[in-house]
Design a binder for this molecule. Sequence first.
Ligand code: PLP
Length: 434
Amino acid sequence: MIRFVSTRGQSPAVSFEQALFQGLAPDGGLYLPERTPTWPSELWSGREATTFPSLAFFALRNWLEGQVDDEALAAALAHALSFPVPVVPVSSSRRHGGELFVLELFHGPTLSFKDFGARVMARLAADFLLRSGRKSTVLVATSGDTGSAVADGFSGLPGIEVVLLYPKGQVSPLQEAQLTARRPGVRVFSVEGTFDDCQRLVKSAFADPELAPLSITSANSINIGRLLPQTLYYLWAWRMLQARPIFCTPSGNLGNLTGGVLAAEAGLPVAKFIAAHNANRFFPEVLADPGARFRPSIRTLSNAMDVGAPSNFERLNALLGRERLPGAIWGTSVSDAETVGAMRRVFQRSGYVADPHTAVGIEAAERFRDAESGDEPIIVLGTAHPAKFPEVVAEALGIEPPVAEALERLKYHPKNAERLEADQKAFRAKLLAG
Ligand SMILES: *Cc1c(COP(=O)(O)O)cnc(C)c1O
């Protein structure tokens, strides 16, 4: 049985279930598996793992053996991962070298890659709660994709209530529609304040002894329950192309990239990782200069990546060590103007409509091609559906983005949000009133 240990080494090793419900380790570190099992041979052979959920089952069984039984795991994955995960060629430009692909991770119900982690974590958490007879409250502060993915993924599962906080007036109308869609088992608070106020309220709730009976859990990017599922689509891309690729991951908190690095540590053949960042450039900087510091975040067009102090940096460091980081990962920072330029270029070249996050990845991939020789295929992770960003797409390409069913349905979906002052006592009262 694989146990999970803190990156800071000052907390006891725990089971997957404990790590999932704790989120952060007691010493403030992030959980990592104490050893990395090698991917099973079923994954590489042609006959098994032919659908995404079956690949996910063979892959995760390896990590969770003795902690989640096979039947429960297979059922959880079949429910959580019931959407397509295509690899789409995006013809290469003037540049030489191998082909460019987009691995589209945005066909889940909330149209971003966050659906993978949130939905798998939700099903596994529900299974643990059912077996132990406990209940849990999942608390998230969000300014974007995480909130809707978590709300949607955990909604209606037995033993779970979701509480979501977002800063009123600071998310786009479309994001607000996604966040406030009425869902069973989900309470949404529209907070009179900033995103930082929301995070402060969440932190205070975790520390509040009066709220202990709610057994509050987080579902943010550092949760091991989200990290493990984020290894799966890297394996899937390999399975589809049968080649040793370069993966290019549009990054903010570095959770998605860490999933890929973990997959590679467990034996997935990867030539290189590219960390594609927007103007929030701490990580590309630290790859070049180990003395680089975290910075305040800057607002950009790819706002789900507006992170000045990536929470998974500590985990990447623990996984690879400072010395191996620059060899394994190539990093670069892309401005808003270059993001729009990449959206235009790829649209003119191949008719492909990329959202601004994916476009940061495309720009980074082409920059890498220019800087380095080699002919390995580059796979850019498509992290969000372009329909989530109609204004940017219209501005950049002069067209309406392709329609996404899930967003169309939202237009008619009942909405539901409670107003909340950015005040700890008011929040506590609301939570206890249920
Ligand atoms: C969250 C998010 C990212 C960044 O992922 P990290 O795991 O935080 O690095 C990139 N693109 C989109 C669309 C996202 O929602």
